[in-house]
Write a protein that binds this ligand. Structure first.
Ligand SMILES: [Zn+2]
Length: 251
C-alpha cells in the first residue's frame, strides 16, 4: 500500500469526522474553540512531519537486523496481522507507561491539558512524545522484524482510530456500545481525558478495546455530557508553553 494512498484515505477520514462533529455534536465546544483548534493543529503539524520520518528510520534500522522471533512461517498476511496486534499491545503498554512514569508524563501531559476534545485532539502530541514513541518501537520492530511499511500502516490505522475516539460526535448509544466491544469509541476514550485523575488513569488502549479488559484498566463509566476534561489541578497552556512544558521546573 503506497504512502500516498494511506495519506489520502486518512485525510478523507479526518474530513468526514470533522463534518460529522458539526452535524451531530455531543458536547458544546468552549467559546475560544478556534484558538484551541489552531493550537492543536500547530502541535499536530510538528507531530505529523516528525512521526513518518522517525518511524521510517525505526523500520529501516529493524529491517537491517535478523529478527529475534521470525514470523515467516505465518505467511505474509498472517505475519502482518500478528505484527499489527503486537504494535497495538505495545502502544497500550507505552501509553500506560506515559501515565505511570513521571518523566514520560511530562511529554504526554500536553496532550491531556486540552480542556475540550474533538478530532484535532488526535494530533495534539508533543514532539518529544513522538520521538520517544518512535525510538521505543525499535524494541518490537527488532524483536519481530517489523519493517517501515508496516510501522507506517499501523500509524495510519492508529491515527484514524484516534481521530474517531477523540471526536465530539454524538453517536447512537446502542451502536457505540456494540462498537466498544471491538474498538475504542469516544465514550471510552473521553473517560481517559476526564479531569479527575482516577478516571484519567484508565482506558489506555488505542485501537482494540480488549487490552484494557485483559490488563485490568477498563473504566466501566461512560462519558457524560458536560464532564470536565483536562488534567486535575492544571489548566491548558499557550502553544509556546506547551512546547516547553516537559522541560519546566516543577518546584
Ligand atoms: Zn493518555
Amino acid at each position: 500500500m503506497s504512502d500516498l494512498w494511506l495519506t489520502g484515505a486518512l485525510a478523507l477520514w479526518v474530513g468526514l469526522v470533522f463534518l460529522l462533529e458539526r452535524l451531530a455534536v455531543a458536547q458544546t465546544p468552549p467559546a475560544d474553540n478556534r484558538r484551541r483548534i489552531l493550537r492543536n493543529i500547530g502541535l499536530g503539524l510538528i507531530a505529523l512531519t516528525a512521526a513518518p520520518l522517525l518511524l521510517t528510520l525505526t523500520g529501516r534500522i529493524a529491517g537491517g537486523v535478523e529478527p529475534l522471533v521470525p514470523l515467516d512461517a505465518l505467511g505474509p498476511i498472517g505475519a502482518l496481522l500478528v505484527q499489527l496486534l503486537i504494535l497495538d499491545i505495545w502502544t497500550y503498554g507505552m501509553h500506560r507507561a506515559y501515565h505511570e512514569i513521571s518523566f514520560l508524563w511530562r511529554f504526554h501531559a500536553p496532550h491531556h491539558l486540552d480542556d475540550h476534545l474533538d478530532a484535532s485532539s488526535a494530533f495534539r502530541f508533543h514532539f518529544g512524545e513522538i520521538l520517544i514513541s518512535a525510538a521505543a518501537r525499535l524494541i518490537p520492530a527488532l524483536a519481530f522484524g517489523i519493517d517501515a511499511a508496516t510501522l507506517l500502516l499501523f500509524e495510519a490505522i492508529l491515527t484514524a482510530n484516534a481521530v474517531f475516539h477523540h471526536s465530539n460526535i454524538r453517536l447512537p448509544e446502542r451502536f457505540e456500545k456494540a462498537l466498544s466491544y471491538l474498538i475504542v469509541t469516544p465514550s471510552i476514550h473521553w473517560m481517559h481525558h476526564h479531569k479527575k485523575q482516577v478516571d484519567t488513569d484508565s482506558n489506555y488502549t488505542a485501537i482494540l478495546s480488549v487490552w484494557d479488559r485483559l490488563f485490568g484498566s477498563r473504566n466501566p463509566k461512560p462519558r457524560t455530557i458536560g464532564m470536565p476534561i483536562g488534567v486535575e489541578g492544571e489548566h491548558d497552556r499557550s502553544f509556546g508553553k506547551l512546547l516547553l512544558y516537559p522541560f519546566r521546573k516543577t518546584d
